[in-house]
Ligand binder design. Structure first.
Ligand SMILES: [Zn+2]
Length: 289
């Protein structure tokens, strides 16, 4: 006896017509529709993302879709560098303003959302190697524990009074980050501040400043300017908080934290200073236009 798949017409028997009369709903599905699969877009509430939507134009909208099957395959098959990761995330985003103006931290968060919406689960697998005993761990973390470090400003940009004048800062966008990578500055912490500086405020306009001279100025900053830069860096920082996990090796139990968005390493804030100094430094910062 041969196996006959139940959903195929069996020869010799009266064939049931394959074409079931289509309802209005079904008639919409044409072969050409398979070229562009319908993927629902999910709207983001910009007030609830790490940047609180502050860097974006009023009324801006960002939406994303889950990863496509092919994308997941591509991502899991290749060792993707940060640049490739950015392109993958950007591919699934619709935006009412240029995509490259999204902040890097928001983008990495959206990448995480795309991943979660693809998995269709509320738990994320977080494979990591224990830094203490080198055991492989794959804890599951419930996505409801996700927490953010929100951007620390009431409005943007930040205007910072420094010895050379008032400098204007905005958080690192994807576009600026790509320029930074292309310039080979990924490991250069000062460069992150340089690329977040829009320029110097002269009268009512912001004049761009040559990045090399800005880098020299920041590198050789006096203690006060240095402290102002530290504050600017801290205030602009935003992202998904790392999740704390415990090694499953019972004789180890080492607690460590994992950066979910992979962005932590790229935006490390400088060390904080004491309170008194912080206050006087704070008075040098003002926010918004
Ligand atoms: Zn361990």
């Amino acid at each position: 006896m041969t196996f006959v798949p139940s959903n195929l017409p069996v020869s010799g028997k009266q064939e049931t017509p394959l074409a079931v009369p289509a309802t209005n709903e079904q008639q919409k599905v044409l072969p050409s529709d398979f070229d562009v699969p319908f993927i629902p877009l999910i709207d983001l509430n910009l007030a609830e993302i790490p940047s609180k939507g502050l860097p974006y134009p009023k009324g801006a909208a960002i939406s994303y879709r889950p990863y496509l099957y092919g994308e997941v395959k591509q991502i899991s098959q290749s060792k993707i560098q940060i640049r490739g990761m950015i392109d993958h995330i950007l591919n699934g985003i619709e935006c009412s303003f240029p995509k490259y103006d999204i902040t890097l931290a928001d983008l990495l968060y959206i990448g995480l959302l795309r991943k979660i919406s693809t998995i269709g689960d509320t738990e994320l697998m977080l494979p990591y190697v224990c830094p203490n005993c080198f055991a492989k761990n794959t804890p599951k973390v419930d996505t409801s524990v996700l927490d953010f470090d929100y951007i620390g400003v009431p409005a943007l940009p930040i205007r910072a009074v420094m010895s050379k004048g008032t400098l204007v800062f905005k958080p690192l966008t994807v576009g600026k980050f790509i320029e930074l990578i292309n310039d080979g500055k990924q490991e250069d912490e000062i460069a992150y501040l340089v690329y977040q500086c829009d320029g110097i405020k002269i009268n009512n306009s912001v004049m761009p400043v040559n990045r090399e001279s800005l880098h020299r100025y920041f590198s050789m900053a006096n203690t006060v300017d240095g402290a102002v830069l530290t504050q600017v860096d801290k205030r602009l920082y935003h992202g998904v908080k790392p999740v704390s996990v415990v090694c499953s090796n019972k004789s180890c139990n080492f607690e460590t934290s994992i950066a979910l968005d992979g962005g932590e390493a790229y935006l490390i804030p400088f060390h904080s200073s004491d309170d008194e100094r912080k206050k006087s430094i704070e008075s040098k910062l003002s926010f918004g236009e």
